[in-house]
Every structure is written in structure tokens, then in C-alpha cells.
Design a protein around this ligand. Structure first.
Ligand code: SF4
Ligand code: MG
Length: 326
């Protein structure tokens, strides 16, 4: 069980506000993750929970303020040239918006071959051959390579983005909400494509989504994030069948009724009241306490740390009670 990518206590803050009223947003606050070879990890949470910042740190696009990032056991946190090189070859990103992430003036050939060219890998002819192979891998005909992005649908553009991400044979794909900009009818196709690639190429996936139903059939493990921290993490089946964190329960309740199977054994609907609080001034104690139906006094003062609870890890003082509820 080989660890490919390991994040230890990653933290990233942004300065916000004016000269008079300055503050810090903790976009990511002490997140640790371990990704094994070929496994799929779902990272789920509402917008503003720090998922995208986490994704950008995992591919080296952003440096953490503190914490460590290791790729195949090598510390690449410093972001030196060598670190960036290692990460760029081994960890690739698939972006949320397939419209914005492809240069409209480049042909598919040039887009997909770009990482190879940047890496001075092979001749122009061999790169062309590799592009044909990559397009085939993502279910597109090789003769599409002379076309431009605007000639394709959103789903096809996302396939082009995936082909480009695979060009250097990465060990990890970080997928930042790769289907949320696509039509519902196309989402499943792209998810199935990624699942197939994970198996065929033995590539590990970090699949970021705001909805638990999206990662259900894809992820081996899930990490649920709330305002910059991991609320609960464990095997997908464990989390869906018996969530131990009230926030996981609330997210599962929000899964649309068409996909009832994704709601597991959860019987009671928990409606999440309101938007998540501002990350500029997060609530003291457990950040979920203003929205939590189980909250008691200590939830407003003591920060719950991740701890083992019945076969998963949960950052809730009352995880046992939450598990026991319907
Ligand atoms: Fe709710 Fe308290 Fe658990 Fe936070 S620690 S989720 S407020 S019960
Ligand atoms: Mg995002």
C-alpha cells in the first residue's frame, strides 16, 4: 500500500479587508490527507470550504503557509524548481471549467501536446502519435486534433482537458469539480471516463465535489470538508451508510431523491439552515455549531479534532451520539 501523495497539516490563509478592518481567511486550516497508489479520494463540501485552495496546493500551484506536502515520500513543500518539476510530471489538475481552461487559439493537437512540448519530450511526430493515443484513451477520434476548442461541447472539452492532463503519465489526477459546469446528462459520462482511467492506468484520483452523490460510485474514500477543515473521513460505504458527523448527515440529506440509494440508511432528513458562516470570522469551537442540531456548550468553545470513531475519523465531540441517531 504505497503512498503517492501526502499532505500533512496544510494551512493557507488569505489577507482580506481594508486598512481599517483587516482580517484573515483560513481557506484551509490543518488538512492532512494520504493518497495511495491508484485509489480515488472524494473531497466534498459546500463552496467556500477550501476545496479549490486545497486542490491548488496539492498540484503545487499554491504554496501552503505551513504544513508539508510529499510526493512519493519526497518533501516538495518548498516549491523549488525541482519540486515543481516533480509535481508537474506526477500530479496533474483537471479544472472545473472546460470553457475557460482551454486556449481558444490552440488546436486540440497543440493543447494536448503542450505538456510534452514543455517537457521537451520526443519529436513533433512522436508527440502527434501520443496525442492520437491520448484522444483514443478519452474516447475521442484522433482526427479531431486539428480542430479548435469552440468546435466541441462542454463534455468533449473536458475530455480534451483530461487527455492533456494524462500526457505526462501522471500518478495523480486532481479533479476540481470537473463535472459541475456540465449538463447533467453529460456528467455521468465524464465520471465514468475518469473511473475507467483510474482502473486502466492505475492513476490515483482526488475528486472534488460539492455534492456527495457525485463521488458515491467513484470514490474509495471520502473526506468531508467544512470551512477549511476535515469534518469526517473514511471509506465511502462507511460514511454513506453510517455518517458520524452532523455535517455529513446534512449533506447526505441534501442528496436529491432520484438518487435515494446514495442516502444510505439515513432516514431522517436534516435540512441545512442557511449558508455556511463567513470564513473571515468563523465561529469559535466547532465551526459547524451555529447550524448543528446537536450542539451543546462545549461545541461553542472547544475545537473538535479528528479522532477515530467506529472505523472512520470524525471531528465531532458528539460523534457517538450522532451515529446513534436515526
Ligand atoms: Fe455539532 Fe458539536 Fe459535533 Fe460540532 S462538535 S458537529 S457542533 S455536535
Ligand atoms: Mg471551487
Amino acid at each position: 500500500d504505497e503512498t503517492v501523495l501526502e499532505a500533512e497539516n496544510l494551512t493557507r490563509k488569505y489577507a482580506v479587508g481594508s486598512l481599517l478592518r483587516r482580517g484573515h481567511v483560513s481557506a484551509v486550516d490543518g488538512v492532512s490527507l494520504r493518497l495511495r497508489r491508484g485509489e480515488a479520494l472524494g473531497v466534498v463540501g459546500e463552496s467556500g470550504c477550501g476545496k479549490s485552495t486545497l486542490a491548488r496546493m496539492l498540484v503545487g500551484l499554491e504554496r501552503p503557509d505551513s504544513g508539508r506536502l510529499r510526493y512519493h515520500g519526497e518533501d516538495v513543500t518548498a516549491g523549488r524548481r525541482r519540486d515543481r518539476h516533480l509535481l508537474r510530471a506526477g500530479v496533474q489538475m483537471i479544472f472545473q471549467d472546460p470553457y475557460a481552461s482551454l486556449d481558444p487559439r490552440m488546436t486540440v493537437l497543440d493543447i494536448v501536446a503542450e505538456p510534452l512540448a514543455a517537457n521537451r519530450s520526443g519529436t513533433r511526430a512522436s508527440r502527434r502519435e501520443r496525442v492520437a493515443e491520448l484522444l483514443d484513451l478519452v474516447g475521442m477520434a484522433p482526427d479531431m486534433m486539428s480542430r479548435y476548442p469552440h468546435q466541441f461541447s462542454g463534455g468533449q472539452r473536458q475530455r480534451i482537458g483530461i487527455a492533456r492532463a494524462l500526457a505526462l503519465d501522471p500518478k495523480v489526477l486532481i479533479c476540481d469539480e470537473p463535472v459541475s459546469a456540465l449538463d447533467v446528462s453529460v456528467q455521468a459520462q465524464v465520471i465514468n471516463l475518469l473511473a475507467g482511467l483510474q482502473r486502466r492506468l492505475d492513476v490515483a484520483l482526488v475528486f472534488i465535489a460539492h455534492d456527495l452523490s457525485v463521488v458515491r460510485h467513484l470514490a474509495d474514500r471520502v473526506a468531508v470538508m467544512y470551512l477549511g477543515r476535515i469534518a469526517e473521513t473514511g471509506d465511502t460505504t462507511t460514511l454513506y451508510d453510517s455518517p458520524s458527523h452532523p455535517y455529513t448527515k446534512a449533506l447526505l440529506s441534501a442528496v436529491p431523491p432520484i438518487d435515494r440509494s446514495a442516502r444510505g440508511r439515513l432516514t431522517q432528513r436534516r435540512i441545512l439552515a442557511g449558508e455556511p458562516p463567513s470564513p473571515v470570522d468563523p465561529p469559535a469551537g466547532c465551526r459547524f455549531n451555529p447550524r448543528c442540531w446537536l450542539a451543546e456548550d462545549r461545541c461553542r468553545t472547544e475545537i473538535p479534532l479528528l479522532r477515530p470513531v467506529d472505523g472512520r475519523e470524525s471531528a465531532c465531540h458528539l460523534a457517538e451520539a450522532a451515529l446513534a441517531e436515526a
